[in-house]
Design a protein around this ligand. Structure first.
Ligand SMILES: Cc1ncc(C[n+]2csc(CCOP(=O)(O)OP(=O)(O)O)c2C)c(N)n1
Ligand SMILES: [Mg+2]
Length: 605
């Protein structure tokens, strides 16, 4: 391959510049793929999630040479879920690269999941050579209209000199306003060096002497010249500053006044409050100072640590009905708040949200503070604090309800069955997990029960798919968590149905030395669906699974496989899994669960 010639001089340059991202002058880029890689490195991108393909090979090789870790997965969706989770964990966009055609279409579900979770990520898609698009080239589809509904911004790059600026623009757009996924299409003839690309085009036209042959040659020569025009003059594309949107001071003051005047204030913090936060502890400190009782939802769970005197866990609906002033910080009135009906009509409603649409979704707030919700809480705490002082009765009432509910859950943990009691298992995980543990949730009933029983330890210590409700996020989210926090314990809580999407990624975990602890709540079924379907429609078609030996599948990939079939085996099984992870290997604990009625009556629509 001609690029071999490149690599001799290129290799020296690459090594020399690996520690100085983005410093290499444009004229010494190895090729277009290297321009993309250099731009990523200049933005501090540490991981590039991918599944290989000929259309993107130059980007992967150059990114590796520039010190970016290439994390190759077994499904493009996993790569994009991982990029999404990098953003959720760090507040900065994650990046994935996928090949043309099926690589891009496989990524769509994960793109939509990130879009609804308002998670900033960059997807780089390969594409057929520019001159062959629409002419029956391999994996060639019109990707623009396919991807457009799933991203907040997309660009098809058509000239080599536009590659790096496109990366810089994409990474800025992803973070601006309401964050979300962005897409850049990079055709393969922009990614190799000019000599190679000209040779491809020359070969394609052959040596014929007819007028048609000569015209085609001329056309393709001009086309190639256009691709590389002024490539040497491309200026480096440094990261752009992106200021978070901010509510007005008048809105902060008005909200402070309403909270100060209320008798039963309540704060609900949603995932969005953390979306761009560089330091979530500032938000946690602000909440402590404010002094109102707090419910943390979605990815905000863990923001206040394992137990905080102001955090309430249960009976949120009742608390919302009783409150006379509700502050929704980055939490929209969607199905999780019963489309706003959980909040009393007469209550003062304050919505702090980056999205004007979300702030007003289904319910007009008295104050719509459009801007970053975390920043809003910090500023609010400068105006009003110590709310708890005069409202002890309210706090105590809510705490009493939590204590009652916790006792009920404990009682449910103590009922013995044929196999393992899921609540007992989750209580045991809560007790065993390390202080720095991060939990990834991927499943139906089992993980919903986990969200009631497990206490995330720290900010960003709980990852769930969010409002898109996508099963299959587990492996990708866990990859990102383990890479971002190499010293932390990373747990995946899987339903047995959900784990099917991630099983092949145990090969990825083993190959990359990612020591996750996966616990499969194996109830031999898609129980969250089965519960309602059987009750309402009287048939279990499509909702049963077998008690499959998922631990043996993981073991076949080189992970530690552990089977737990009774309550008595829980402690040993978890201890073995933790020891395996500490030794640097992944483990899968396949736990045979009893069926329970813990979640009866709960349905999400
Ligand atoms: C990609 C995708 N397909 C289907 C669903 C619908 N769905 C929601 S919960 C659920 C059942 C999950 O089963 P499992 O992972 O075993 O968890 P369990 O409810 O049994 O604890 C299904 C199929 C979904 N949310 N996402
Ligand atoms: Mg199940």
């Amino acid at each position: 391959m001609p690029e071999q010639k490149q690599s001799d001089s290129g290799a020296r340059n690459r090594i020399k510049f690996a520690d100085e991202p983005g410093r290499r002058p444009p004229s010494t880029y190895a090729h277009g793929g290297d321009r993309v890689a250099a731009a990523l490195a200049a933005h501090g991108v540490r991981f590039l999630f991918t599944l290989c393909g000929g259309h993107i090979a130059p980007i992967l090789v150059a990114a590796k040479a520039r010190g970016i870790r290439i994390v190759d997965t077994r499904d493009e969706a996993t790569a994009v879920f991982a990029a999404d989770a990098v953003a959720r964990l760090t507040g900065k966009p994650g990046v994935a690269a996928v090949t043309a055609g099926p690589g891009v279409t496989n990524a769509l579900t994960a793109l939509e999941s990130a879009k609804l979770a308002q998670s900033p990520l960059l997807l780089i898609g390969g594409a057929a050579p520019t001159a062959l698009q629409g002419r029956g080239a391999l994996q060639d589809i019109d990707q623009g209209p396919v991807v457009a509904p799933f991203v907040k911004w997309a660009k098809r790059v058509r000239r080599v000199r536009d590659l790096a600026p496109a990366v810089a623009e994409a990474l800025a757009v992803a973070r601006r306003g309401v964050p979300g996924p962005v897409f850049i299409e990079c055709p393969v003839d922009l990614l190799y060096d000019e000599k190679t690309v000209r040779e491809w085009y020359a070969e394609a036209t052959g040596k014929g002497t007819s007028i048609a042959d000569r015209l085609l040659r001329l056309y393709l020569e001009r086309h190639a010249a256009g691709l590389f025009a002024k490539a040497d003059q491309a200026s480096p594309a440094p990261p752009r500053a992106v200021a978070a949107p901010s509510a007005t001071e008048a809105q902060v003051e008005a909200a402070a006044a309403r909270l100060a005047a209320s008798e039963r204030p309540l704060i609900v913090v949603g995932s969005q409050a953390l979306v761009g936060a560089e330091d979530p502890t500032r938000i946690a400190d602000a909440l402590s100072r404010l002094g109102a009782p707090i419910y943390l939802s979605g990815m905000a769970r863990g923001l206040l640590g394992r137990s905080h005197p102001l955090q309430r866990l249960h009976q949120r609906r009742q608390a919302l009905r009783e409150s006379d002033c509700v502050l929704l910080a980055g939490a929209p009135c969607d199905f999780r708040l019963d489309y706003g009906r959980h909040v009393r009509r007469s209550a003062n409603l304050i919505a702090a949200n980056r999205s004007a649409r979300e702030a007003r979704l289904n319910r007009r707030p008295n104050i719509a503070a459009i801007g970053d919700a975390g920043d809003f809480l910090v500023r609010l705490a400068a105006h009003v604090n110590g709310l708890a002082g005069r409202r002890q009765d309210w706090l105590v009432t809510l705490r009493g309800r939590d204590e009652t509910r916790e006792r009920e859950i404990d009682a449910r943990a103590n009922t013995a069955g044929e196999f393992v009691n899921p609540i007992a298992l989750l209580r045991a995980i809560d007790a065993a997990a390390a202080d720095d543990a991060a939990f990834v949730a991927d499943g139906g009933d089992f993980v919903a029960t986990a969200s009631y029983t497990l206490r995330p330890r720290a900010p960003r210590g709980w990852l769930d798919p969010g409002v898109f409700g996508t099963l299959g996020v587990g492996a990708g989210f866990a990859l990102a968590a383990a890479l971002d926090r190499p010293s932390a314990e990373v747990w995946i809580l899987f339903g047995d149905g959900a784990c099917g999407w991630s099983l092949a990624e145990f090969e990825t975990f083993v190959r990359h030395g990612i020591p996750v602890i996966a616990v499969v709540g194996n109830d031999a079924g898609w129980t969250q669906i089965a519960r309602e379907q059987v009750k309402m429609l009287g048939d279990d078609v499509g909702v049963r699974l077998s008690r499959a030996a998922y631990h043996e599948v993981a073991a076949a990939f080189g992970a530690e496989g552990i089977l737990v079939r009774s309550d008595g085996e829980i402690a040993d099984g978890l201890a073995r899994a933790r020891a395996t992870a500490r030794a640097g290997r992944p483990a899968l604990v396949n736990v045979w669960l009893d069926r329970t009625d813990f979640r009866d009556g709960s349905i999400s629509m």
